[in-house]
Design a protein around this ligand. Structure first.
Ligand code: B1M
Length: 232
C-alpha cells in the first residue's frame, strides 16, 4: 500500500461510507467494490449498502454534474464504479428463493442511455421474486412491443432521465392502445424528472419514485389482479 492510500478496512462504518462516496465521485472502481465487500463482511444487508453507500454517492455526483462541477467523462467513471458495486450486490438481492411473483419487461426509452436507475429497479424486482426482461437503453416502441409479444409480461416498466426523452413514454402507451393490449398490462414509469402528474398525463398506471416504490407498486398491482381473478 502506498503511503497516501487509505486502509478502508481500518475505517469505522460511517467513515467508510463517506470514503466510498468520495471514491464513487472520483470514479475509483476498485475502491468502491472493496468498500462494498467490507460492508457486506461487517453484516450490512445488500439493500443498506446499495442505498446508503452507492445511491447516496451517486446523488452527490448528480448535484455536482448539475452545477457544472463535474462533466460527462467524470460522471461516466462514477457510473462505472457504481455499476461495479451493483454487480456484487445483484446476486445477493436476487437470492430470495421466493416463487415468481410476476413478469416485468423494462427498458430506458428511446434517445436515453441512462441505465443505473433502471438496472436498480430490475435488480430489486428480481429480488422481490419477479422475472425481469431487461431491454437495456435507447428502447424504441417496436422493441417494447416485440418484447411484450414474446414474453407476455404482467408489467411494463419504462425509465427516462431526460426531460427530452420522457414524452416518449406516451408514444409507447399509445402504441399499446392501438394494438388493443393496454388493458392487459400494468405500465409503471420512473426516472428523476418524472412525477405523478406526468405519469397520469401520459396514461401510465403509476409513477415510481424509486426502486423500492417500484417493487411495492408492482406487488400491489399483482395482488389486485389475483383478487380480481379470484372474484371471477
Ligand atoms: Co446524465 N443527465 N446526461 N449522464 N446524468 C442527468 C439525468 C441530469 C439531471 C444531470 C444534470 O444536469 N443535473 C441531466 C438531465 C437534465 C434534464 O433533462 N432536465 C443529464 C444530462 C443533461 C445528460 C446529457 C445530455 C449530458 C450531455 O451529453 N451534455 C447526456 C445524455 C445522454 C443520453 O441519454 N442521450 C448525459 C449522459 C450521462 C452519462 C452517460 C455521463 C451518465 C449515465 C451513465 C449510465 O447511466 N450508464 C449520466 C449520469 C450518471 C447522470 C446523473 C448524474 C445520475 C443519474 C443516475 O444514475 N442516478 C443524472 C443526475 C440526476 O439524476 N440527478 C444525470 C442514480 C439513480 C439510482 O437514480 O436514475 O433517478 P435514478 O433512478 C431512480 C429513480 O429515478 C427510479 O428508481 C431509481 C432507483 O431508485 N427510477 C425508476 C428510474 N427509472 C425507473 C423506472 C421505473 C421505476 C422507477 O420503472 C418502473
Amino acid at each position: 500500500m502506498a503511503d497516501d492510500d487509505i486502509d478502508l478496512d481500518a475505517l469505522p462504518d460511517d467513515e467508510l461510507v463517506t470514503q466510498m462516496h468520495d471514491d464513487l465521485y472520483d470514479g475509483l472502481k476498485d475502491e468502491v467494490t472493496a468498500g462494498v465487500d467490507i460492508l457486506l463482511g461487517r453484516g450490512w444487508t445488500p439493500y443498506r449498502v446499495l442505498t446508503e453507500a452507492l445511491v447516496e454517492g451517486m446523488r452527490i455526483v448528480g448535484v455536482d454534474f448539475r452545477d457544472g462541477i463535474l462533466f460527462v467523462p467524470e460522471v461516466l467513471l462514477s457510473a462505472n464504479a457504481m455499476k461495479a458495486g451493483m454487480a456484487i450486490l445483484k446476486p445477493l438481492l436476487a437470492q430470495t428463493g421466493a416463487p415468481k411473483t410476476g413478469k416485468m419487461v423494462i427498458g430506458t426509452v428511446k434517445g436515453d442511455i441512462h441505465d443505473i436507475g433502471k438496472n436498480l429497479v430490475a435488480m430489486m424486482m428480481e429480488g422481490a421474486g419477479f422475472e425481469v426482461v431487461d431491454l437495456g437503453v435507447n428502447t424504441d416502441v417496436d422493441r417494447y412491443l416485440a418484447a411484450i409479444d414474446e414474453h407476455q409480461p404482467d408489467i411494463l416498466g419504462m425509465s427516462a432521465l431526460l426531460t427530452t426523452t420522457m414524452p416518449y413514454m406516451k408514444v409507447v402507451i399509445e402504441a399499446l392502445k392501438t394494438k388493443g393490449i393496454r388493458d392487459r398490462i400494468v405500465v409503471l414509469v420512473g426516472g428523476a424528472p418524472l412525477n405523478e402528474e406526468f405519469s397520469l398525463s401520459v396514461g401510465a398506471d403509476a409513477y415510481c419514485r424509486d426502486a423500492a416504490v417500484a417493487v411495492e407498486t408492482a406487488k400491489a398491482f399483482m395482488a389486485r389482479r389475483s383478487n380480481q381473478m379470484a372474484a371471477g
